[in-house]
Design a protein around this ligand. Structure first.
Ligand SMILES: Cc1cc2nc3c(=O)[nH]c(=O)nc-3n(C[C@H](O)[C@H](O)[C@H](O)COP(=O)(O)O)c2cc1C
Length: 469
């Protein structure tokens, strides 16, 4: 396996790598990894940029190391440093990626080599390390993480934090970070009870630092007991996980929702495709609203020019067949909402090469029917979501066509909207919808006034929450 030293690349290349990395919110090293992965596995292999990836529970769905929540573990110079080694394992057991930093004093108690071996990654120790500082490594260590854990947090380290010192790697990271910080104090009971420590603890709490422990118990020193023992590694790992994967709250907490959105692109040849005017805005708004209501949301989207909604796992696809394949892998879910404008047909004889203009006239394009995602999922014998909602975009006889679609497709609700050019719905920001629900063979129609697509999304999510409550 060839090795690559970014430091040895020419200056122009390094500058453009730094720019790419900064734009994506990644370290230079991670950006290089991303480029190599894309080159070997294709663009879909690249995980979302960490800049967007607020720690979300659904991250743990994939096992790729880069998508795991990340902890930077700062090990301070106390007798409890040996327990930090166990903490590395406990965090990794919970599917958390760990990167270690040791203070100079910590290295008197445990070795960086042991921490590196347990974390499967180099342990960082030196602020002035030329190798990691060529791209301001302390800033990367401070930001390229989801949480910083300090364990053990010695009295000295807490004093430095409270004062804003930055004279070594650990304190520089703690000062430069914009991520949450969790500290596990560990010290002699008299040090913990000292007025100076109390002032520092109060200051750190005001600064928004989270604490775990200390516990009460026997000290390493003979015949000493009291409050000052570091919390057990399992307790610290649980506290870290609670920050990284907060329990969702809201009316849809605990529910999994699959949403499709946008158009599909059906290739004619490598450069041309059949598309439609769907912007994806309505499906994206529903995904955002469902995530805000506490649901675990996965959005499968055709090609659109929209940012990923916060807290939503987004999978981008091109064609109807790609979309169905993704949908099938995501089942079972509690609720499926099919808001995508899936092309009804695709080109049967799509060319591998660009079709050339010839004197013999227009090339014949033969169309074949695409899979019907809504009907396929609605009629599943196994893994059919308990609530399946389809969309009917109609340009005429809205209610009549939507009613027949509801019965024909086998779904539970249809959200019908008028997409005739005069309505301005396709690509626009407003929508007028009618929600048709099937109860045995009776169809109930709930007609809503003109609303923004976000308001439609909120109203639909509220109706879902009221129905499944
Ligand atoms: C054997 C030994 C054990 C120590 N244990 C602790 C401890 O548990 N907690 C603490 O706050 N300081 C402890 N100290 C003192 C720290 O090592 C010292 O304050 C050091 O500067 C802290 O470094 P740091 O800021 O890198 O954590 C201990 C010192 C020695 C020699």
């Amino acid at each position: 396996m060839a090795s690559l030293t970014v430091r040895k690349l020419d200056e122009d290349l390094k500058a453009s790598l730094r720019l790419r990395a900064a734009r994506a919110g990644r370290s230079v090293e991670d950006e290089v990894r991303m480029i190599l992965r894309e080159a070997t596995e294709g663009p879909s292999a690249a995980p979302a940029s960490p800049a967007r990836s607020v720690p979300q529970p659904h991250r743990s769905r994939t096992s790729a190391a880069t998508t795991l929540p990340r902890v930077t573990l700062i090990i301070g110079g106390g007798i409890a440093a040996y327990k930090a080694l166990d903490l590395i394992r406990r965090l990794k057991d919970r599917g958390i990626h760990v990167r270690c930093v040791m203070t100079r004093a910590a290295q008197q108690f445990v070795t960086p080599l042991t921490a590196s071996a347990l974390a499967d990654e180099r342990c960082y120790t030196d602020l002035f390390d030329a190798q990691s500082e060529f791209d301001a490594g302390h800033i990367r260590l401070a930001r390229d993480t989801d949480l910083i854990v300090v364990a053990p947090a010695t009295a000295d380290l807490m004093a430095k934090m409270a004062q804003g010192h930055a004279d070594d790697l650990a304190t520089a990271i703690l000062l430069a970070t914009n991520r949450p910080v969790l500290i596990a104090p560990a010290m002699n009971p008299l040090m913990w009870a000292n007025a100076a420590t109390k002032r520092n603890v109060a200051q750190l709490a005001r600064d928004g630092i989270a604490f775990i422990g200390p516990n009460s118990g026997e000290m390493a020193e003979a015949n000493e007991a009291g409050v000052g023992r570091m919390s057990e590694p399992l307790e610290i790992a649980a506290a870290a996980e609670a920050i990284l994967r907060p329990r969702a709250t809201g009316p849809l907490a605990g529910k999994t929702i699959l949403i499709t959105a946008g158009p599909t692109h059906e290739p004619i040849d490598p450069v041309r495709y059949i598309a439609n005017r769907s912007s994806g805005k309505q499906g994206f708004a529903i995904a955002a609203s469902a995530a805000e209501a506490g649901a675990d949301v996965t959005l499968v989207s055709g090609p659109v020019d929209l940012d990923d909604p916060a807290g939503v796992r987004v999978i981008r696809v091109e064609s109807a067949r790609d979309m169905l394949a993704q949908v099938e892998t995501l089942l079972p879910v509690d609720i499926a909402i099919f808001a995508a404008a899936v092309a009804d047909w695709r080109v049967a004889n799509a060319g591998d090469q660009k079709i050339k203009k010839t004197s013999s006239g227009m090339p014949p394009l033969e169309l074949v029917e695409n899979p019907d995602i809504l009907a396929t999922v609605s009629k599943l014998k196994q893994n059919r979501p308990p609530l399946v909602i389809g969309f009917a975009a109609e340009t005429q006889n809205l209610i009549e066509n939507a009613t027949s679609k509801l019965k024909r497709k086998g779904c539970d609700w249809i959200v019908a909207n008028d997409v005739s050019p005069a309505s301005g719905v396709m690509g626009g920001d407003r929508n007028t919808v009618h929600v048709l629900t099937l109860d045995k063979s009776n169809v109930a129609i709930d007609s809503w006034p003109v609303m923004t697509k976000e308001e439609v999304a909120d109203a639909l999510v509220a109706k879902i929450a009221a129905t499944i409550a």
